[in-house]
Design a protein around this ligand. Structure first.
Ligand SMILES: [Zn+2]
Ligand SMILES: [Zn+2]
Length: 386
């Protein structure tokens, strides 16, 4: 794809979407059209194949946020249907050419300064960055873990859909049965030397756009780009102790790079399912345990469930009020530094709903024994304050 392609082709029209279409809309339109015009479904129909190429090319640009922006900017600067007088021969699409302003404005002798203005608009110098190895894009996905897996760490299978090497040509960009050849102009270096008086400067090869390889017959599936939408499944290690809503970075697991560039990173947004008994506060586990009125009043040793382990015994001192929290050290979530959080045990004093006659008479005895002590006395006094 070249500047020329960008200016001559209406990718929005090719996919039948509006200029403000959201990524999901573009994807849906592409899928529908790709299914309809796929070469496998239209054997020998060259017009369907042409249409399929057109759709794929449009999608490869519009689905890439950066390229779409470049495309939109180029078209808003020149309008659609602008025909670019370039010396580029058809079929020469080594890699994704993208923008090369040298193509439009011819290199030296251009005194209009337009090239420089455009270079600034796109935040790059003339025809350089596009030809370098390009880092793959970062990919974002999400996964839902059980409460226990989030605490202990786990390995999850993540299905990723994104741009990858074209399966038809295995990323070479060349038609089946052909291979890209070493660029005859630069002998594969991707660079060409130019003499400017006493200076010798090196610039990306015009013939291969810096790729070092050229394709005579482009792969029909990817129109020579070597890239295609695909889905893959990867195994991702989720470290122990992740919290709900955490975003984990898996370096190098994003989209593959181009022209030998490094892969992007994968970000996994983690959702954690709630547990029926335990909660989390950072690296602490929380649990609420019911205790009887007698246990809270007289004190008791109570069994408290622990996550992945035998219950622990917690001593409730005499006179423990409802809602008091006790700390059980080391029974929480493992932290990154190897230490472990605590378990916070909150007591909930139960009020009996149903008493047998013996219990009832015992409580009545208690009432009698504590008669005269009004717990609201002080409250009523303080309420009179201004
Ligand atoms: Zn291909
Ligand atoms: Zn070359």
């Amino acid at each position: 794809m070249s500047t020329k392609d960008y200016l001559e082709k209406d990718y929005y029209k090719a996919l039948g979407v509006g200029k403000t279409a959201k990524p999901a809309e573009i994807k849906a339109a592409y899928r529908k059209l790709a299914r309809k015009y796929h070469p496998d479904a239209n054997k020998g129909d060259s017009s369907a194949e042409e249409r399929f190429k057109e759709i794929s090319e449009a999608y490869s640009v519009l689905s890439d946020e950066k390229r779409r922006k470049e495309y939109d900017e180029a078209r808003s600067l020149f309008g659609g249907g602008f025909r670019v007088p370039t010396g580029q021969r058809p079929g020469q699409q080594g890699g994704f050419g993208g923008f090369d302003f040298g193509d439009i404005f011819g290199g030296s002798g251009d005194n209009s300064g337009l090239g420089d203005i455009l270079g600034g608009v796109f935040n790059r110098g003339r025809g350089t960055a596009q030809n370098r190895p390009r880092r793959g894009t970062d990919v974002e996905t999400e996964t839902t873990l059980t409460f226990g897996d989030a605490i202990d760490g786990t390995t999850v299978a993540l299905r990723l859909t994104g741009e990858g090497p074209c399966p038809t040509c295995h990323g070479t960009g060349a038609k089946a049965g052909t291979v890209p050849k070493v660029c005859p102009s630069c002998q594969g270096s991707g660079q060409s030397a130019r003499n400017l008086g006493s200076f010798g400067i090196s610039e990306p090869c015009k013939e291969c756009h810096g790729r070092g390889l050229v394709v005579d017959d482009p792969c029909p599936a990817c129109t020579g780009s070597g890239r295609a939408m695909s889905s893959r499944t990867i195994q991702a290690r989720i470290p122990a102790g992740v919290s709900d809503g955490a975003r984990i970075k898996l370096a190098g697991k994003g989209a593959p790079g181009e022209r030998g560039g490094p892969s992007g990173d994968l970000y996994v947004r983690v959702h954690v399912k709630p547990h029926p008994v335990f909660g989390r506060q950072g690296s602490d586990l929380t649990v609420t345990i019911p205790v009887t009125f007698a246990e809270a009043t007289l004190g008791a040793e109570v069994k408290v469930p622990a996550h992945r382990g035998a219950p622990v015994t917690v001593r409730i001192p005499a006179g423990t009020p409802n809602g008091r929290t006790f700390l059980v050290r080391g029974k929480g979530v493992r932290r990154k530094d190897g230490t472990t959080g605590n378990m916070r045990v909150t007591v909930e004093v139960m009020v009996p709903q149903d008493l047998n006659s013996k219990a009832r008479s015992a409580v009545e005895d208690l009432r009698e024994a504590t008669a005269g002590a009004d717990p609201r006395e002080e409250l009523l006094e303080r309420a009179k304050e201004a």
